[in-house]
Design a protein around this ligand. Structure first.
Ligand code: NDP
Ligand code: MG
Length: 394
């Protein structure tokens, strides 16, 4: 059987790696659909090379240009935000790799779950903001969820050494980003350039900033909580600067099972596509004798305030996580555009959480409403220049 794959966000860091992986896997895997937001030239180039049946461009302003660029190819062009859902639902697609950035991927991820696809999920934000809903839809639709995030792929692999009720703890590893040795005081004046200089992983700009604040790890705590159905109290974070141990599972008998690999997303992407099989691919195993030392330490909660917040957000449930994510997404955009300082990102997130009345047992509409509120709140504060520290984390 040939696996027919749709890649949502094929022009991004994960998307481009996924295409390399699919190419290396050979004839058992074919590309049926690709999508981008505005990178129209790259999407057209990918269409020429991988010959998908569909290409989708979510920013409708680029649809005509894309049609021009792929004229002569046997491919259907789709445009607008709804086109992501269209390709996620295609009957001829059995595997949907979601690699768009941010909450924009949520409707398409839910659609793929409802249609019972194999959902290889890199786009962590939908799990963070609507994990409960997504898992319920996947169960109803008969979809399987395969994590692509390297830590969750590691946990998924380690989990196979025991049964769910035998898990004592999940230990999420974190590179710690560029500021892992910094104090709360040191990070007050870091520049955009310093925040974008990740020491071990080469990723898109949004997740690179999230690594610098450790918001990425905060999201991964919530992501793990849903993917593996464990209470957050059982999830711990350790800084592991070498990025070789991608995470660990401690079982009740005291065994700790870890997955090791190079810091390269190709392996987790490939495993999500080939599971339950393992095949030779482009990833190379780490040479431990060359690496020599693997080190671990606890992160400082004062420097990385996103971490203690993640536990509070997970315990609060309901709309707390959507506000956590949306406020961060909007604040990171402001930071990337040079309108706010690095420390303001967490201050704005704390402010929004502080001001928000959490609602539980919510519909998708209520989630989206809370999302919209947090984004507006951040942009109003960023424009006014009155970014103040809130009390939520105290
Ligand atoms: P990139 O920014 O590199 O790529 C994002 C992709 O999504 C691009 O194809 C982009 O298109 C598209 N996109 C952007 N905005 C929208 C939108 N509003 N609607 C639809 N599509 C959009 O991100 P990454 O590849 O780094 O990350 C993708 C996801 O994977 C994120 O959720 C991230 O947290 C997660 N992840 C990433 C890892 C990594 O190593 N990069 C590791 C683990 C998880 P265009 O090119 O046109 O802008
Ligand atoms: Mg990760």
């Amino acid at each position: 059987m040939v696996r027919s794959i749709a890649i949502l966000g094929s022009t991004g860091s994960i998307g481009r790696n996924a295409l390399r992986v699919v190419e290396s896997l050979g004839p058992g895997y074919s590309i049926c659909a690709l999508s981008a937001n505005s990178s129209v030239e790259l999407l057209a180039e990918q269409a020429r090379r991988f010959k998908p049946k569909y290409v989708a461009i979510t920013d409708a302003g680029y649809e005509d240009r894309l049609a021009e660029l792929v004229a002569g190819l046997d491919v259907e062009v789709l445009g607008g935000p709804g086109s992501l859902v269209e390709i996620a639902e295609l009957a001829e697609v059995d595997t949907v790799l979601t690699a768009v950035v941010g909450a924009a991927g949520l409707p398409a991820v839910l659609a793929a779950a409802r249609k019972g696809k194999r959902l290889a999920i890199a786009n962590k934000e939908p799990l963070v903001i609507a994990g409960e809903l997504l898992l319920a839809e996947a169960k109803k639709g008969g979809a399987s969820i395969l994590p692509v995030d390297s830590e969750h792929s590691a946990i998924f692999q380690a989990m196979q050494a025991g049964r769910p009720h035998e898990v004592a703890r999940i230990i999420l590893t974190a590179s710690g980003g560029p500021f892992r040795e910094a104090s709360a005081e040191d990070i007050r004046n870091v520049t955009l350039e310093q925040a974008l200089a990740h020491p071990t992983w080469d990723m898109g700009p949004k997740i690179t900033i999230d690594s610098a604040t450790m918001m990425n790890k905060a999201f991964e705590i919530i992501e793990a909580r849903w993917l593996f159905d464990v209470p957050v109290e059982k999830i711990e974070v350790l800084i592991h600067p070498e990025s070789i141990v991608h995470s660990m599972v401690e079982f009740v008998d005291g065994s700790v099972v870890a997955q090791l690999g190079q810091p390269d997303m190709c392996l987790p992407i490939q495993y999500a596509l080939t599971y339950p099989r393992r095949v030779a691919g482009i990833a190379r195993a780490p040479r431990l004798e060359e690496i020599g030392r693997l080190t671990f330490k606890k992160p400082d909660p004062q420097t990385f305030r996103a971490l203690p917040l993640a536990y509070q957000v997970a315990r609060a449930g309901g709309t707390a996580a959507v506000v956590f994510n949306a406020a961060n997404e909007a604040a990171v955009e402001e930071f990337l555009a040079g309108r706010i300082k690095f420390v303001n990102i967490l201050e704005l997130v704390e402010h929004c959480l502080d001001k928000h009345d959490v609602k539980t047992h919510v519909s998708l509409e209520e989630l989206l409403e809370a999302d919209g509120w947090a984004r507006k709140e951040v942009s109003a504060l960023a424009c006014s220049g009155s970014v103040e520290r809130a009390a939520w984390s105290e």
